[in-house]
Design a protein around this ligand. Sequence first.
Ligand code: FAD
Length: 303
Amino acid sequence: MGNLTRDFFISLSNNKILNANAKKWGFRLGAEKFVAGIDIDSVVETVKEINAHGISCTLDNLGEFVYEIEEAAFAKAEILSVLDKIHEENLDCHVSLKLTQIGLDIDREYCIKNMVEILEKAGSYNIFINIDMEKYIHYEKTLEILEVLRQKFDNIGTVIQTYLYRAEDDLKQLQDVRIRMVKGAYKESEAVAFQSKEDIDANFIKLAKGRLLGDAFTSIATHDHRIINEMKAFVKENNIRKDKFEFQMLYGFRTEMHSELRQEGYKFCTYIPFGTDWFGYFMRRLAERPQNLNLVMKDVFYT
Ligand code: FAD
């Protein structure tokens, strides 16, 4: 896909009016292929079905562009009820969240207070919390808050985006933290990020291999079969234990590969987004892959 098309969908993902309006639409444009349901009750069965195949899940109650205390408090309450549900239903599942969703753009202390509440409840249920990585403007604040929370909690980790030049240095500081490795989903300037696919992929492979040789758990989050195959070969050559890492993919993407990897004995985790705030997430997925756009067109014209 050309950069122009990518930039177009990224700019839609950042459009606050469209994001706000889409919450009232229900799913449109084929979003239900990639967003599992509107609320926690509607995704529990999906998680159970995936778990039945020996695949764990991470649930993301979608939420972005949160600038009001009421919205952040609501998002936190929703995340707490997701934790209750995971516990009650005994799901093999952790939670992914964005710090902006629970107040990062409102007040740092308030955001930390919300995280503490979430981590305490999650800890009491033995559930891991992953902080998703957002745009670069939130990057340093996210790592700094992670550092604060790590003093008290060990059920927390985050994401490193290999399009960032600084990813390698940051990983050195995070050697004992559970990390999800991704290429990076946002549009960042060449002042901070590699721009070409070749550079981003090469950095992913180099940094993921480095992580696999270390001690902490790593999630290799990509749909890229070339990278997955390279990781599989590396793990074999270096006798790396299969319980030290997992592959992760997004719900609705390359589903056949989820089961194949699991059957080959690898740990696998499906990232399951749900909720009414689907627009930004969905637009970023369209920015990444032209075939997703074809699915949308089929949906618009044939249903
Ligand atoms: P791409 O570079 O998009 O694709 C590489 C190649 O793989 C393609 O050329 C094609 O040959 C093949 N391929 C890819 N998709 C398909 C498909 N559906 N069907 C067939 N072939 C395919 N980003 C963030 O910035 N922050 C996060 O917190 C974050 N969390 C994530 C969590 C998970 C579980 C995953 C999987 C991604 C996450 N991302 C996140 C998004 C990530 O940064 C990338 O934008 C996204 O995964 C696209 O890159 P890719 O590595 O999957 O492969």
